[in-house]
Design a protein around this ligand. Sequence first.
Ligand SMILES: Cc1cc2nc3c(=O)[nH]c(=O)nc-3n(C[C@H](O)[C@H](O)[C@H](O)COP(=O)(O)O)c2cc1C
Length: 185
Amino acid sequence: MELHDAIYGRRAVREYLPKPIDQSVIKSLIDAAIQAPSAVNQQPWTFTVVRNERVLDQLSRESKAHMLKSHPGIRESDHFHSLNDPHFQIFYHAPVLIIISAIAPAPWFVEDCALAAQNLMLAAYEEGLGSCWIGFAQGYLNTPEGKALLGFPISCAPVAPIIIGEPKGETKPVARKEAQIRWVS
Ligand SMILES: Cc1cc2nc3c(=O)[nH]c(=O)nc-3n(C[C@H](O)[C@H](O)[C@H](O)COP(=O)(O)O)c2cc1C
């Protein structure tokens, strides 16, 4: 696939087929992720693959509760109304969640992990898979309870929870705002 096609064709996918993804495919996506640049070539990332539906359901419930508790106003927001729905699973029942974390906080670990995440999502698209960064999970994942649920060492810093799976259908592109560009002379 041409890079241009991947950059312009990737979408945040929120509907998945209930089909498992081969371990070899998951490994190839992680291999693409670690080709990302990182500050001082620290490669601070570690990858946690979650495929157990019960764990994903529990993580979804706890993440929603954490979001509602830590941002009380969010309940009324149109954008976040789904968090009030007990049936809403924040991972959209995708078969795989890959959490890209820093082994320990270090300068630029967020940037490094985010670059790895973009590589992973573009590589997934090339494989015909959908992906979506699930920011809703980040708050809870960074609590001591969230880390304990997934067996993360306390020093670990989860950055990018990315769901992966076979898309159920087409995802329409989301319009982009015109780029604001200032040319400084
Ligand atoms: C940091 C970050 C957090 C996001 N969190 C969520 C989320 O919790 N749930 C969700 O459905 N989409 C989430 N998204 C996906 C965005 O909504 C999506 O990328 C955006 O609407 C643009 O659509 P596109 O990816 O199809 O171009 C997140 C994206 C990013 C980069």
